[in-house]
Design a protein around this ligand. Structure first.
Ligand SMILES: [Zn+2]
Length: 398
């Protein structure tokens, strides 16, 4: 008797048509939505083109410029092509006379991220990853997301015909410098992790990232993780045992430790065990902008004492202002506290943050620094020389 009912209901043609239309709509919007988000989130408060005074232009062209933080690999843009939105790509890095760009990799951001405190129980990057059509393995694994973005940078380097060079050793760095001296417009790229939750609790995953070329490890992002407390987490605790293992292993292998987003207790714990210079890739200082995310005078001094650098951001949350002069004020404050040799640039380009300019507007930063009375030597140190020194002290030799 059962057989009598065992047949497939004919599906009306109309339903099939609606289903196909819906599929096309989803496919269409899934390509679009990440681009809309990219355009909207990675704006420049002052849009290009930028024009600076001839004196600033001349100085800027002759500098070695390094920026400690850009999240460009998170987005769907091809790093080798020029875009009219977002902040960084190879053609614009060339226009901007940047020699070294740190590409930091984001793998998890809670919904409705808050400046003061965030739980780690939700994640917007999953939705972005799915809508971008990234491989299935990256949908549920933070490690796979980090490996995917690392491969994206490696692929760009391979496809750049020598214009983009991955810097993983001191030898790479010296090759980059000699190529620049010969007048070749090659740009160095350094791969960094923003938040060691991407290690998924396994020290051996640090080695996998190292093998892919990662040379900088940010411990936390907007929430506490199994490594350390975040300045914006709920508990804001110190380093865990796993965190200590990571610091030790990273220092042994020549990977820089990045304390951006780390809680004050975590910063204390890292400073107590640092044997190499540590950095903060993109931040502000409480002396000019008193927020939980920014560094106290005590921590500015502690980081300087390791020989490290503090990358000052080009965004409002870091410097409590909406002009490039506010970044210069924070640089000035920190430089007066610990010396110019510990200050650097950490833009947060493509970090879902409206920066004051896109990368081609960095000449306006040079101009503002000149205007505030920094000498040429001081500007050269802050915009690149100091980062070069720290990399020479930390990267593996070859
Ligand atoms: Zn960040």
């Amino acid at each position: 008797m059962l057989l009598r009912y065992n047949y497939v209901m004919p599906i009306p043609r109309q339903t099939v048509a609606i289903f196909i239309a819906l599929l096309l709509l989803v496919a269409g919007t899934s390509g679009c939505l990440p681009t809309i988000a990219d355009r909207h989130l990675n704006r420049a408060l002052t849009p290009p083109p930028y024009e600076a005074e001839p004196e600033a232009e001349r100085l800027h062209e002759g500098l070695f410029i390094a920026d400690l933080h850009a999240d460009s690999m998170l987005w769907s843009r091809n790093p080798l092509k020029r875009y009219g939105y977002g902040h960084v790509d190879l053609p614009r890095l060339q226009d901007a006379d940047v020699e070294l760009q740190v590409f930091s990799v984001v793998t998890k951001v809670p919904y409705g991220v808050d400046l003061d405190e965030n739980a780690g129980d939700s994640d917007m990057i999953t939705l972005l990853t799915v809508l971008q059509g990234r491989p299935f393995r990256t949908w549920s694994s933070l490690l796979e997301r980090a490996l995917y973005q690392g491969e994206k940078l490696n692929a760009a380097v391979r496809g750049s015909a020598g214009a983009l060079k991955l810097v993983t050793t001191q030898r790479d760095l010296e090759e980059l410098l000699s190529a620049r001296r010969r007048g070749e417009p090659v740009i160095g790229a350094l791969l960094a992790l923003e938040g060691a939750h991407a290690l998924e609790g396994e020290l051996v995953h640090l080695d996998r990232l190292y093998d892919q070329g990662y040379r900088m490890v940010g411990l936390t992002h907007h929430f506490d993780n199994a490594v350390a407390g975040s300045a914006q987490g709920l508990e804001k605790g110190g380093l865990t045992e796993f965190g200590r293992d990571i610091i030790q292993r990273a220092q042994e292998r020549g990977m820089l430790i990045d304390l951006a987003h780390a809680s004050p207790r975590a910063i204390d714990d890292v400073l107590a065990m640092a044997t190499k210079p540590v950095i903060v890739s993109h931040t502000g200082v409480r002396g000019t902008c008193d927020t939980v995310r920014n560094l106290s005078d005590h921590h500015v001094q502690g980081i300087a004492a390791t020989g490290g650098v503090i990358g000052i951001g080009l965004f409002e949350l870091a410097v409590c202002g909406d002009e490039i002069e506010d970044t210069v004020k924070a640089m000035r404050y920190a430089a007066e506290l610990v010396g110019v040799e510990h200050i650097a640039l950490g833009s947060d380009f493509d970090g879902a943050t409206a920066t004051f300019v896109d990368v081609t507007g960095l000449v306006l930063l040079t101009q503002a620094m000149l205007g505030s009375g920094f000498s040429r030597q001081e500007i050269a140190a802050i915009l690149g020389g100091n980062v070069l020194r720290v990399l020479r002290q930390t990267l593996p030799e070859a």
